[in-house]
Design a protein around this ligand. Structure first.
Ligand code: ADP
Length: 436
């Protein structure tokens, strides 16, 4: 039997004996014999048929042509179920971490992917040298015992949260000393789990956000049908509150629809060109009344020459509106918002929105673009926020292959800068480096 641990030796053919070759050419030999036998009644002498068949059999068995040898090897291999060196080559090429071990849990072979995931086993090491999880070691013991494939789910939290489906299965080969062989594989479920969790969290958050105003609406309707039926002043006040709640639900649904539309178009490059100074000036004109109501002064600095970027006009307007509105709302105490459109030497165009409000603590900054993430939920609600504004900004910028850089100092204010890449859209940076 071939030894799966000795790759070099396995490159030689299985025993090239007469018996093996006879087995490989069993059918042609039988067919030849039938033909020889049939030629006797047809007029051939028995001794002539025998000699003819003898030559035929000799040609097949005694002269091991390349084809014959290959055929013999293939037949011998498939019959005995030997693991050939090619099996190890295949395992080596897989990006699925795989370890071959024997029935005493000694590692016989591991591929590079498993060395990266688990660590490189020294010669003749047991599986437990690197794998400490009782769940996996129990699985290995069971599979050796029952000789049946089985899998378990394994998760770990350190150094980061990861999930794997770990599968152990017997291999149809044995070591040269006749011991059983098994393969252990690790399928990474981390990304799938993360997506599942995000989806569940998102549905839970969206439902919660909608249920709160809905509960308030229902409460007021019941009050107006009952105790406040005849109270004109209370009814007027309640209707005002109900309108607020209904508007909050409408804002939320609008933002959810925006997000889902953006997700659908995530991989489509936006068409068109946008003059940044004109777009930002338009946003400032639209939001100035709101800023004045809040007591915030907006200063806009734009260059003389137009700065044009490839992009979707309406989407970029939405980005700048969200940033300027946030700066006015959350930075209200600073009473001033500075907006600039620039193209620094050797870099892409930039739009910076700076406020002088309370600023954002460092630990919140990397999470600001998560859906429904808010530094302070009550403040956001009071300011008619949905918690989706910056998530929408992130999606739009990802589509435009631009980045959002957030710098903030507590007590001094925040600067949200949109950085477009220099050159055309194809050479732009990805959204993965959202924060610098
Ligand atoms: P919201 O609808 O709540 O405004 P966003 O996604 O636009 O949602 O913003 C998320 C959170 O980020 C806000 O709730 C707020 O806590 C914080 N934030 C955004 N912009 C600023 C800013 N300029 N200054 C301070 N905090 C900000």
């Amino acid at each position: 039997m071939a030894d799966i641990s000795e790759e070099a030796d396995q490159n030689s053919a299985p025993d090239d004996t007469l018996a093996v070759r006879a087995r490989a050419f069993f059918r042609p030999l039988i067919a030849g014999a039938v033909f020889a036998a049939a030629s006797v009644p047809a007029g051939l002498q028995l001794w002539q048929a025998a000699i003819g068949y003898g030559f035929f059999a000799f040609a097949l068995l005694a002269v091991p042509s390349g084809v014959a040898a290959a055929r013999a090897r293939a037949k011998a291999g498939s019959k005995t179920g030997d693991a050939r060196p090619r099996d190890l080559d295949v395992i080596e090429a897989l990006d699925l971490p795989a370890i071959i071990f024997d029935d005493q849990t000694f590692v016989i072979h591991q591929n590079a992917a498993s060395a990266t995931l688990i660590g490189l086993y020294p010669e003749r090491a047991a599986l437990s040298a690197w794998i400490r999880s009782p769940v996996i070691l129990d699985l290995v013991a069971r599979v050796i015992d029952r000789n049946q494939p089985e899998s378990v789910e394994h998760s770990e939290r350190v150094p980061s949260e990861r999930w794997h489906e770990v599968r152990a299965a017997p291999v149809s080969a044995r070591t040269d000393t006749g011991r059983g062989l098994f393969v252990l594989t690790f399928r990474d479920l981390t990304e799938a789990r993360r997506m599942d969790r995000m989806r569940t969290d998102f549905v839970a958050n969206a439902s919660h956000e909608l249920r709160t105003p809905l509960a308030s609406l229902m409460g007021f309707i019941e009050t107006m049908q009952g105790p406040a039926r005849e109270d004109e002043a209370a009814r007027t006040r309640f209707l005002g509150i109900m309108l607020d709640q209904a508007q909050r639900m409408a804002r939320l649904i609008d933002d959810l629809l925006s997000l889902s539309r953006l997700e659908m178009r995530a991989h489509v490059t936006p068409e068109g060109e946008v003059d940044l100074a004109a777009a930002v000036a338009h946003v400032v004109d639209t939001l100035r009344p709101m800023a004045e109501d809040l007591g915030v002064q907006i200063d806009l600095t734009v260059p003389d020459a137009a700065i044009v970027v490839p992009g979707d006009h309406d989407e970029l307007i939405q980005v700048f509106s969200n940033l300027v509105e946030n700066a006015c709302k959350y930075g209200q105490s600073g009473e001033r918002v500075e907006i600039s459109v620039t193209r620094p030497e050797g870099q892409g165009a930039q739009v910076s929105v700076r406020d002088f409000g309370p600023g954002i603590a460092k630990e919140h900054v990397p999470r600001l673009t998560e859906r429904f993430y808010r530094v302070d939920v009550e403040t956001s609600r009071a300011k008619k926020g949905t918690g989706l504004g910056l998530a929408i900004v992130k999606h739009i910028l990802a589509r435009h292959r631009a980045r959002l850089v957030v710098r903030s100092t507590l007590g001094e204010g925040s600067a949200f800068t949109v950085k477009f890449s220099p050159g055309n859209a194809g050479a732009l940076s990805t959204s993965s480096d959202l924060y610098n």
